[in-house]
Design a binder for this molecule. Structure first.
Ligand SMILES: [Fe+2]
Length: 388
């Protein structure tokens, strides 16, 4: 375990039902006078967006709305948003939506302050100048992007999902209002919920786990064990929704200060090739990759299993790990997460042909190297086959 640790987080995190009402005073505390609101197109005319906008006006903060981006945002989306930021005279950004809205907003802020193509920022700590102040308001309970220093943007020239990690991408403020997640449909609730679970597990078993991220990761996975099924089966259950929003926030804080591992490494190329949303591509891989990985860190996975309440304190590490793997299988079945073959249109020849490239891209992302068991390319191919 890493002992020299650093923990980055937003300057302020507010949580609770209705806490979006604090947006104007939090924006004012950032000396914001004119905000570009980067809003998921699905919510462009939502009542709560109008409400936030008029509250900002009440505090004499001007607003413009930018919704011109796609679910897996591209460099072109970011550049269009940066143009809009400049022409509108904005000095700050409010992001409202899922991971895509938050990620595109992070990079709009960076692009405004740092000229040139976004590919120059791919990788770790390559952003020279901090972007505009960002307030992040998630509408899903999954990515935790409101509290991470990561953005994933597709480079349309090379057709690569770029992972950009830099402390300068951490939002200044996170407003985590679970009321905005209540309308998530069941499949989205499942996929982003399992993504958040993946963050908690991977942050804890990662080779970069540390004493600051461990308690946050375990609290995340325990909440998900207790609440994800309820949030899925009873979408109007505010208590479960609130717990899932907090768990997603904790998952983001944990993995961004530790790391993600093999699930995310394999998920990015899979999502890019077969156009799968991030949560779905992680969900279909989590059980298979966990079975492969736990022998490399049996005690750590066993702690995850115990923290979740799957195994008792007296269970052996091995049986706790088996219990966790079985529970993850059942969770996907119960939440109707499809098999990988169903996500890829059943096109096995296409899948087989692209396997070596996906395995190579997974390894190149660097995430598999943080995994307890570091796989060779051939083993990644086998894992994709098993998840099929
Ligand atoms: Fe994720």
């Amino acid at each position: 375990m890493v002992m020299n640790a650093r923990f980055d987080s937003p300057k302020a995190i507010v949580t609770g039902g209705g806490c979006r009402a604090q947006a104007p005073e939090l924006m004012a505390s950032l000396q914001a006078h004119h905000a570009l609101m980067v809003v998921d197109p699905f919510f462009a005319s939502a009542e709560f967006v109008n409400e936030i906008r008029s509250n900002l006006r009440g505090k004499r903060i001007e607003t413009d709305i930018f919704t011109d981006f796609q679910p897996d945002p591209t460099d072109q989306n970011v550049m269009a948003g940066a143009d809009r930021f400049r022409t509108s005279g904005a000095d700050s950004i409010i992001a409202i939506g899922g991971g895509s809205a938050l990620d595109v907003a992070k990079m709009i802020g960076v692009a405004v302050m740092n000229p040139g193509p976004l590919s120059q920022f791919q990788g770790y700590h390559r952003i020279p100048v901090s972007g505009a102040s960002l307030v992040a308001i998630p509408t899903t309970a999954g990515t935790g992007s409101e509290a991470t220093k990561v953005a994933v943007i597709t480079d349309t020239t090379r057709n690569v999902k770029m992972m950009i990690l830099d402390a300068k991408l951490m939002p200044a403020v996170a407003i985590v209002d679970y009321e905005l997640t209540m309308s998530m449909p069941k499949p989205l609730t499942a996929h982003v919920g399992v993504d958040a679970l993946t963050h908690g597990i991977e942050a804890y078993v990662s080779r970069k786990a540390n004493p600051l991220t461990d308690p946050v990761a375990l609290s995340c996975v325990a909440k998900i064990h207790q609440n994800l099924r309820t949030a899925w089966s009873d979408p109007g259950n505010g208590e479960a929704r609130e717990a899932m929003s907090l768990a997603a926030l904790q998952g983001g804080l944990a993995f961004t200060n530790s790391s993600v591992c093999l699930v995310h490494g394999m998920s990015r190329p899979l999502g890019l090739v077969f156009k799968l949303p991030h949560g779905l591509s992680n969900s279909v891989l989590l059980p298979t990759v966990t079975r492969f990985s736990w022998p490399g860190a049996e005690a750590r996975y066993a702690e995850v299993s115990r923290a979740m309440g799957i195994s008792g304190a007296k269970a052996s590490d091995e049986s706790a790990c088996e219990g966790l793997s079985d529970w993850l299988d059942r969770l996907n079945d119960d939440l109707k997460v499809p098999r990988l073959r169903d996500c890829c249109g059943g096109d096995k020849p296409k899948f087989d042909a692209i396997l070596p490239k996906m395995a190579n891209d997974a390894l190149e992302s660097g995430s598999p190297q943080n995994n307890p068991t570091v796989p060779a390319a051939g083993q990644i191919i086998e894992l994709f086959e098993k998840a099929w």
